[in-house]
Design a binder for this molecule. Structure first.
Ligand code: AMP
Length: 418
């Protein structure tokens, strides 16, 4: 017999230009009822994979090639068919959308009205790679789930507590006043979640906690959190600023851009592509943007010496930049209760964590190798020795935050309590 899932589940949608990730979540406990991805959208290889979790008898993943026009709408239609077949549609109380840029306008989850959708569209000038894709997901979900409330949860929202001294660039002030050019910070939902979880683990009210959290995945950002609020972050006007990432350069001397264009003849589009897609771990190693592959290469004595050298170099630059970012963000705090690692690399790479912590001995971090090796693959824990400043590994769960905040918004206006 098929077990009935609890009502009030939230369908969480994270829509990119060529992919659409989704999960149906119980906001009360974060349990996933289904999740999956539609990928290679807008190509004839587009397909959807839906995983059914333990509530359902049939937990074999559903996989299907999408029909023309292979777009987001087709993916959502297929998802609706599946949800209908498994009698899950009636359990959805809202659709929560991850929206990358909320500008200065949105510091809270927001019910998507036509006016809000218009503003998200206007904010696309600040996030041309992300907001238009987010809007495509919103439009498709509005059509498929007519009558269900749709909520936007913004990646920038958590950072709206940053003080002026952190978000103003040393540029002519008019560029901020007239064109909104300032630091916004991203990965806010993740930094928010892991800081709350860390406070719980440390048995301290979040309002009294001072953390630095490092979200290290394909995208990487480091955030300083004072009394539970973001006060500074490494990513800036766009998610390109800050530390080196999988394929993004992070911060570089802006003079390099002029040199590439004026002296070496690159077009601006080419420079954009280099900085966003050909740099970072991939650029330095010339091998891969994937941390796991680079670790394997760096530690495999049978690999070609040049490959070993470049894999090691990429990881060294990566860890050093992150350590520097952590140290520099500590300037905004007068107390540091713990460092937090999260994201695919932060949650799983004992190698990267150890290297960063060794670089930060001045801040009193002293890694416990055994605890560090244990806190992987979904396990959380303090990976430092007893006499050290704590460093916690906390698996992130942005989808749960989106589900919870969407549900809270509908029930009570807004009260955040993840
Ligand atoms: P994310 O964007 O959060 O999914 O993180 C992706 C990154 O996490 C990639 O660079 C992966 O290589 C890295 N990653 C995932 N698992 C591991 C692992 N076991 N060891 C090292 N890196 C990992």
């Amino acid at each position: 017999m098929q077990m009935k899932t609890k009502p009030h589940s939230v369908l969480v949608i994270n829509c990119g230009s060529s992919s659409l990730k989704f999960s149906l979540i119980n906001p009360a406990d974060g349990i996933n009822i289904i999740d999956g991805i539609a990928e290679r959208l807008m190509t004839s290889d587009a397909k959807i994979i839906i995983k059914f979790h333990h509530h359902l008898k049939n937990n074999t993943p559903f996989e299907k090639n999408l029909a023309p026009p292979f777009d987001h709408k087709t993916a959502i239609e297929q998802l609706v068919n599946c949800l209908t077949e498994h009698q899950l549609v009636d359990q959805i109380s809202a659709v929560g959308h991850r929206v990358v840029h909320g500008g200065e306008k949105y510091s809270q989850p927001t019910l998507i009205t036509p006016q809000v959708a218009k503003t998200i569209d206007e904010l696309a000038k600040l996030a041309p790679l992300h907001n238009p894709a987010n809007l495509i997901g919103i439009t498709a979900a509005q059509k498929a789930f007519r009558g269900l409330p749709q909520v936007a949860v913004f990646d920038t929202a958590f950072h709206q507590t940053m003080p002026e001294k952190a978000y103003i660039y040393a540029l002519p002030y008019a560029l901020y006043q007239e064109h909104s050019i300032r630091k916004y910070g991203f990965h806010g939902t993740s930094h928010y979640f892991v800081s709350k979880q860390c406070a719980k683990q440390m048995n301290k009210p979040i309002e009294q906690c001072h953390f630095i959290s490092a979200h290290l995945g394909n995208g990487c950002s480091v955030t300083a959190i004072k009394n539970g609020q973001s006060i500074d972050s490494s990513m800036g006007f766009t998610p390109l600023e800050g530390v080196m990432m999988g394929t993004r350069s992070g911060s570089i001397d802006p003079g390099i851009i002029f040199y590439l264009v004026e002296q070496l003849g690159y077009s601006l589009a080419e420079v954009n592509n280099i900085l966003n897609k050909e740099s970072g771990l991939l650029g330095v190693s010339q091998l891969s943007n994937d941390c796991r592959s680079l670790e394997k290469m760096a530690l495999n004595n049978d690999s070609e010496p040049k490959k070993i050298r470049l894999a090691k170099l990429a990881l060294n630059v990566f860890c050093y930049q992150i350590a520097k970012s952590i140290a520099s963000l500590s300037a905004g705090l007068n107390q540091l209760d713990a460092l937090i690692f999260t994201g695919g690399i932060g949650e799983n790479s004992a190698f990267v964590r150890r290297k960063i912590l060794k670089q930060l001995s001045l801040l009193n971090f002293n890694v416990d190798d055994q605890a560090n090796d244990t806190a992987r693959f979904g396990a959380s824990g303090n990976i430092c020795q007893q006499d050290s400043r704590p460093c916690w590994v906390i698996p992130t769960n942005e989808e749960w935050v989106i589900a919870q905040q969407s549900s809270q918004l509908l029930k009570h206006g807004l009260k955040q309590d993840t």
